[in-house]
Every structure is written in C-alpha cells, then in structure tokens.
Design a protein around this ligand. Structure first.
Ligand code: NI
Length: 391
C-alpha cells in the first residue's frame, strides 16, 4: 500500500476521531479513576474488526492485532487520564466535571490511537507480526500506570514501542524527534527538621528550625553548582518550605520538599549521599535532628537510535524535511520509560500549537487546547511507522 492510500484512510475517519476526542474531553477522569474512559475505549475497539481487546488493569485497555504474516511485535502507547484543573475554555465540548480537565492532550492521544487501531485493523492481511495498542491509565500521577501495565504483562513478546505527545509549544504540522535522552527521571525528596520551639524574644532557649532549614536550602544548591560534573544535566529544586505558626513563636519544626531531575540514573546514589551529608552536617551543627526521605521516580525516557531513525524517515516521507523538528531534551518526566525498559522505543512530539486557533497555551494550563488537525497527523505517523517498523 502506498503512503497516499494510507493518508486517504486517515482522512475517511477524521470526523469520527474528532468526535471521540471531544467526547473524551467532555468527560475527563483523573488518574487511576478512568473507568468510563476505559469502557469507552473498550467498546470503541470492540466495534472494529480483527482485534482481541483486553483489560490488563482496572482502568487500562489493550488491543492485539495479529497480522496475517509472521513477524515482530510493535506496541503503540497512548495515555488516557486527565488533570485536577478547572477548565477555562468555552467549547461546546468543555469538561462537564468541575475541577477536572484534559489539559495535557491525553484525550487527543486516546483518539489518535483509536483511529490508528481502526485503520490497521482493516489492513490485517498486509501486516507482518503483531501490533499491540496500549491505552495507559494514570500517566499524571506517580507511580504512574505504565509500571502496572508492564507488571500485568502487556510488554511480553514486544520488540519495539512507540508513543507520541501532542505538543502545544510545537507548531501544527511539525513532528519533534530526538535520539537518546528525551525526558528526565523525576525523583522526589522530603526533609523534616526538628529543633525546639519557643518564645520569639528568647531565641537562646530554642533550636530554630526555620533558621536551620534556610541553611539547608542554600547549601543544597551547591550539589548542582559544585559537586556534579557540569556536563551531567541535573536539577535540584526545593518546591516546599513549611513551618511556623505565628509572629512571636520560634518554630520547632520545618518541612522541606522538592525534586531531583536527572538523565543518568547512576548519579542517583551520589546525589542522595550528598544531600544526606549536607543536611546532616548543618542540622547537627545547630543541635537539631532530621529525617530525609528520597524516592526514586520513573526512569528517564531514552529514545532508541534505530526506531528514532524510522520515525524521522516517516516524517520526511509524509511531509518533507521541513516538518521534522529536532527536539532538545526536557527535564519534564514521562512514565513511557517503563515500557522502554522492556523494549527499545521512541517517544516523539506531535505539534498541536496554532496561535490563530488559540491552541498555543502551555500544557496543564486551564485554557489548554489542541489544533484538531494534529489528530490526523498523529494517526498518519503511527500507521506509516507501524508498517515501516514491521514490514
Ligand atoms: Ni501529558
């Protein structure tokens, strides 16, 4: 089948795909609560031919398309969950649920993968191997749904995986691709410092947790600036500092929390160790005590060289070299990495930004929206890439 014939198939289902996306947008569900969403996906997939539709976990869905000829197995993943944000768009299909919104485009991801499944299911006799469609719950909430799906066995026998994110900072018509590290590992930490509270006018009778905590915040900055090779990308952000209750009371405790973002997971023990050393030194020097908790986040997203090459080729064949945008790695995170641990794969970005249509708001913004033409672009990418990777 020629590229133009695939693209015609995509055009034929365009209206259905937009309708699916709008339905999902209107009825968004939060991470781990995607019950109606999963049911909708399940029923829509059931209406296509040649698919085996399964429910690997409570709110995820997987469909298998076994091609007529032997070959490899390609998984394609979409995330399906929404965010705890009050929508500020006035669309005919705006969220009807207060405080819940598809503000990251996962409604679009779901519609793209449904459209891809519909088209590929009609081409079963031309497919070598298997295509596995993974509709993943809970991307937005740690520890994320990807790990659960992997534990449920969805990656058994999978040779390659691809996925995409609609991307509002990227202009409609462009596809963003990068080889190697693409998104960071999002570790989190908390530090609880305990001193001794007392009268603000009698500081000598207290152990001031706020003053000590302030030193801890300042000194943790030295890890990035003075302890780690400048060429090893690292972020250490303190995002919470809570303590104290009144103007005339010295606080006996303080809670500090934050995130460490990195690409090289082998740096983790070093970072954790340095934090421990700094916090211990400062806190003990001032006669307080502390508890430091460090939680490892999902792995970084690292794109496979070979699969990425095929994705780049697909973009250039479909729309020419100018459609290909080379992406810089981001210190954001994605649990797509859980699938990449099981099989080499590539995560790319589908441009959905269009200033004229007002779809250039950042992700997770109450006025986030997508240019719906990006849905067809996403399906074209998946359908064409699937054939290139399998046949
Ligand atoms: Ni997202």
């Amino acid at each position: 089948m020629k590229n133009s014939e695939f693209s015609n198939l995509v055009k034929e289902i365009q209206e259905d795909v937009i309708a699916w996306r709008r339905h999902l947008h209107k009825y968004p569900e939060l991470s781990f609560q995607e019950e109606s969403t999963a049911q909708f996906i399940y029923e829509t997939l059931q209406s296509f031919e040649n698919l085996e539709v399964l429910r690997p976990t409570k709110t995820s869905v997987m469909a298998r398309l076994i091609g007529k000829h032997p070959g490899k197995t390609l998984a394609i993943r979409a995330d399906i969950d929404a965010l705890p944000i009050q929508e500020e768009n006035s669309l005919s299909f705006s969220s009807i649920y207060p405080g819940v919104m598809h503000a990251c485009g996962h409604d679009g991801h779901t519609a793209i993968l449904l459209g891809t499944a519909q088209i590929l299911s009609t081409l079963q006799d031309q497919i070598k191997g298997e295509v596995r469609f993974l509709f993943q719950h809970a991307e937005e909430l740690a520890p994320g749904g990807a790990v659960e799906m992997v534990q449920a066995g969805v990656m058994e026998g999978v040779d390659m995986i691809i996925g995409t994110h609609l991307w509002s900072p990227l202009e409609i018509g462009k596809i963003g691709v990068a080889t190697g590290p693409v998104m960071a590992s999002p570790d989190t930490f908390s530090i609880n410092i305990t001193g001794q509270g007392g009268h603000a006018g009698l500081p000598h009778q207290t152990v001031d947790a706020i003053a000590i905590g302030a030193q801890v915040v300042s000194n943790l900055q030295y890890i990035v600036s003075r302890n780690v090779d400048p060429l090893d990308t690292l972020v250490l952000s303190i995002t919470k500092f809570a303590g104290g209750s009144a103007m005339n009371i010295i606080s006996g405790s303080v809670e500090i929390a934050g995130t460490v973002r990195l690409f090289k997971t082998e740096l983790r023990p070093t970072i954790h160790g340095l934090m421990e050393r700094i916090v211990k030194g400062i806190v003990e020097a001032h006669g307080a005590s502390y508890v430091l908790t460090y939680n490892e986040g999902v792995h970084p997203v690292v794109n496979d060289k070979e699969v990425t090459r095929v994705i780049e080729e697909t973009v250039c064949e479909l729309w020419g070299d100018e459609a290909l945008a080379l992406m810089k790695p981001s210190m954001g995170a994605e649990d797509f990495s859980a699938f990449q641990i099981k099989a080499p794969g590539t995560y790319f970005f589908t441009g959905s930004g269009n200033k004229e249509k007002g779809t250039d708001y950042p992700h997770h913004h109450p006025r986030f929206n997508i240019d719906e033409n990006a849905l067809s672009n996403g399906i074209n990418m998946f359908v064409h890439a699937a054939f290139k990777l399998l046949n």
